[in-house]
Design a protein around this ligand. Structure first.
Ligand code: FAD
Ligand code: DHB
Length: 388
């Protein structure tokens, strides 16, 4: 098989990139190890920045997001028995939209299939060859048969555990890492939203987050041991923990309902540089991870591939590699800002096992500064909505 751009991974990065390339008349083939049903059912991100919405709208895949996504103009920070609203729109002129990642995936898959895009599911044994030449190729197995794609470029959109990053030549590479030693326990609940806006709560027992999915489904998270197992958590135990961390004496309660999905994710920060080597480029979680507290991961995946699509368009239209060569620098500028913000939000709101009493008091004081100072609230809001 021959194509212009071989893309590994059909997450938000890979699917959106293939669609943006298609809109520019550039051919791509996407290789995905899971089934269509699996990628469309994986519950992950929920918060889209305005810039992400603009990119999806301009690519013609935003209709359902516009109709079904919920626009949020503020978030709440809860600590010390009180809730404080951060008015995102008043402070920045912008808002965020809650629209689940798997719905974005469904919209992108539908658009790719409607345009007869080449999307190969259930591939295995993906191997990259010749990425430092102008004729790279990808070998893989599909439906039991060995196959190979010859391409001009290979783009690794295969997430943190993918094969593209390890295929990058080692020389000159640098990885930056931080493990937080805790995770998030996430549940999906059949019940009306407990709150119109997201609530990020700091409590002595650990962080908790109230989010929504639809008018009848809530998404709730609480800080946990990343090595814990969902089977250790009965529904009763989960509700007791959420009530303890989120409620105070003002009468507000978390709505209970049937819990129909439970999962645990670890929290880490990670950046691997450079994001390009020869004709191999990395985008999204393949190159960088943020802890979910800042709600930035999917937004970064989208902004990476928007940059790559521009670079590839310049290459095919004008024969210039200037933008492609500037990809790492352009992408990392935004990535590091999101790394900073996600680390900061995580540090501000979680309990750390090794925190001294002094550090706990400073954390509480910092939260008071954020809700008490318009300047600090504005800094949080600008980062949260992706205003700069
Ligand atoms: P992925 O979504 O990981 O996609 C990679 C794809 O590649 C997968 O489909 C995988 O099956 C495939 N693949 C892997 N290896 C291979 C291989 N060898 N061959 C072929 N295919 C392969 N982000 C936000 O912006 N906002 C949020 O509110 C937010 N909340 C989150 C909450 C949780 C609980 C979690 C876990 C994440 C959250 N994120 C959030 C992060 C966001 O989900 C990720 O950053 C996003 O999925 C990255 O997209 P991606 O396309 O780079 O990678
Ligand atoms: C959601 C996830 C996040 O990481 C976050 O910061 C806010 C909301 C969510 O899944 O709804």
């Amino acid at each position: 098989m021959r194509t212009q751009v071989a893309i590994i991974g059909a997450g938000p990065a890979g699917l959106l990139l293939s669609h943006l390339l298609h809109l520019n008349g550039i051919e791509a083939i996407v290789l995905e190890s899971r089934t269509q049903a699996e990628i469309e059912a994986t519950i992950r991100a929920g918060v889209l920045e305005q810039g992400t919405m603009d990119i999806l709208n301009n690519a013609g895949v935003g209709a359902r997001m516009q109709a079904e996504g919920a626009l949020h103009h503020g978030i709440e920070l809860a600590f010390g028995g009180q809730r404080h609203r951060i008015d995102l729109t008043e402070l920045t002129g912008k808002a965020i939209t809650v629209y689940p990642q798997h719905e974005v995936i469904k919209d992108l898959v539908a658009a790719r299939l409607a345009a007869q895009g080449q999307l190969l599911f259930e591939v295995s044994g993906v191997q990259l060859h010749g990425v430092d030449t102008t004729t790279p190729s990808v070998a893989f197995v599909h439906r039991g048969e060995a196959a190979r794609i010859e391409a001009d470029f290979v783009i690794g959109c295969d997430g943190y555990h993918g094969v593209a990053r390890p295929a990058m030549p080692g020389q000159g590479r640098q990885d930056f890492k931080r493990d937080y030693g805790f995770g998030w326990f996430g549940v999906l609940v059949e019940s009306a939203p407990s709150s119109d806006e997201l609530i990020y709560a700091r409590h002595e027992r650990g962080f908790a987050l109230v989010s929504t999915r639809t008018p009848t489904v809530q998404r709730l998270y609480f800080q946990c041991d990343p090595a814990d197992h969902v089977d250790n958590w009965s529904d009763d135990r989960i509700w007791a923990e959420l009530h303890a961390r989120l409620e105070n004496d003002d009468g507000w309660r978390v709505n209970e309902g049937r819990i129909f999905q439970k999962n645990i994710i670890g929290m880490r920060s990670f950046v691997s540089t450079p994001m390009q080597s020869g004709r191999l480029f990395l985008a999204g979680d393949a190159a960088h991870i943020v802890p979910p507290t800042g709600a930035k991961g999917m937004n970064l995946a989208v902004s990476d591939v928007a940059l790559l699509a521009q670079g590839l368009e310049q290459f095919y239209r004008r024969g210039s590699e200037e933008r492609l060569q500037g990809y790492t620098a352009a992408a990392l500028k935004r990535v590091w800002r999101a790394e900073y913000f996600s680390w900061w939000m995580t540090s501000l709101l979680h309990t750390f096992a090794d925190a001294t009493p002094f550090q706990r008091e400073v954390q509480r004081a910092e939260l008071e500064c954020v809700v008490g100072s318009r300047a600090m609230a504005t800094a949080l809001a600008e980062n949260y909505v992706g205003a700069f």
